[in-house]
Design a protein around this ligand. Sequence first.
Ligand SMILES: [Zn+2]
Length: 349
Amino acid sequence: MASVEIPMPDDWHVHLRDDDMLAAVVEHTARWFRYGMVMPNLRPPVQTTAQADAYRRRILNRVPAALSHFQPQMTLFVSHDLDLDDLGRGIEAGIVRAVKFYPPGATTNSDQAKGDLGEFDELFGRLVEWNTQLLVHAESTRSDVDLFDREAAFLDDHLAAVCARHPKLGVTLEHVSTAAGVEFVRSNPNVVASITPHHLSRERADLLAFGMKPDLYCKPVLNTAADRDALVEAAVSGDGQFFLGTDSAPHPTTAKYGPNVAAGVFNAPYGLEVVAEVFHQQEALEELGKFVSLNGAAVYGVPPSVDQLRLTRREAQDTIPERLRTSSGEEVVFFGVEEARLWHIEAVA
Ligand SMILES: [Zn+2]
């Protein structure tokens, strides 16, 4: 049986939501992850150090005692309302790990964003001083850009100019979804990228060709098979510019199975198994630890976990959980059940 041992992974991009959804989902991230980079796109968004600290406490209050290794890493939502002195204090105090830019209207709750990426030069200069990473949701919202070309258009229209003006700014291209994005990262030494389990393992035919699958609808949208192949190649290469960010984003079935499908894939429960299966299929399991545990930690300036996990491929299991129910009765469907049937994960004592 194929098997690999890795330091406990980090999830460098996760949506934990709030209230009863937070209570229902956080244990799934905390089970196998040490850190989670928690996205700030709540309503209202997390924009101050005090809000980040309060949200961090709400998260920790919901983590089961047995999973107390889990430490949320907090981010602030970029807009003109951001107070740079407050941000500086938050970073200094270790409460704020990074800031996240959303193009207005690109994805869940990003209608609250204000301003183009090019309007934040003062912030970017300060981030360089603070050695703090800018996290970017890279999707053009231009109406004349085709849905499947939005990442490339955003890189051309916005991020390339920012990288040229701020050559020392560390940028994470979040959930890179195209070959063009991979190429952009490779040609910009200060740009790195997170990659999701769903973009590594699915492409747009899975979403659209065999009956439309709301559970696979996300932003950025799953792109072509060639784009997926470029992401897989980058992930299994061991290249330190690429690492795991699940973009796990729970939406209840009431928001997923309707006329306006909410964008997001809930992969926290089985995302690690999905990535393991991708690496196994590429005969690259020995590179898994770099992608899920080492590369991202190096980017964010932390040592890898000293705890170890063992992942072992097994005979497919028939019955594993496929959805959760929140305290208010909503259900959320798990992504990656097929892969999770094939993998056993355990802590190494
Ligand atoms: Zn996200």
